[in-house]
Design a protein around this ligand. Structure first.
Ligand code: FES
Length: 112
């Protein structure tokens, strides 16, 4: 694995149930180098967002709920693109560029 990025196979967004293949809306990526996990949302095969799961209010770890991120501390909410949709947080979430390839995506951590 490249130290400046996390590679994720696109197949991680797929799962099988009774012979049928389904697509997950998002996955949570953990990495030893990161203090907080990353929420990776799949808009389409070519479009993803990767958001740092650290609340911009006082730094609590966010919880994913479908296409939203919710802060258990004081109730802030963020969209799947990292924008604040409910305070008290005022700043959007930090997001990482995602490089999309045929079978994998790479979350670019170089600015971390
Ligand atoms: S730390 Fe998240 S809302 Fe306060």
């Amino acid at each position: 694995m490249d130290v400046t990025g996390i590679r994720v196979p696109k197949s991680e967004f797929m799962y099988q149930k009774k012979e049928e293949l389904f697509t997950r809306e998002y996955i949570i990526v953990q990495n030893d180098k990161l203090e907080f996990p990353i929420y990776v949302y799949r808009f389409s095969d070519n479009e993803y967002s990767a958001l740092w799961m650290k609340c911009t209010h006082q730094g609590a770890e966010l919880q994913a709920s479908g296409d939203m991120l919710h802060c258990p501390s004081h109730g802030s909410e963020f969209t799947n693109k990292g924008a604040v949709s409910n305070g008290p947080a005022e700043k959007n979430l930090r997001s990482f560029p995602v490089i999309v390839q045929t079978d994998t995506i790479t979350i670019d951590l170089r600015q971390s």
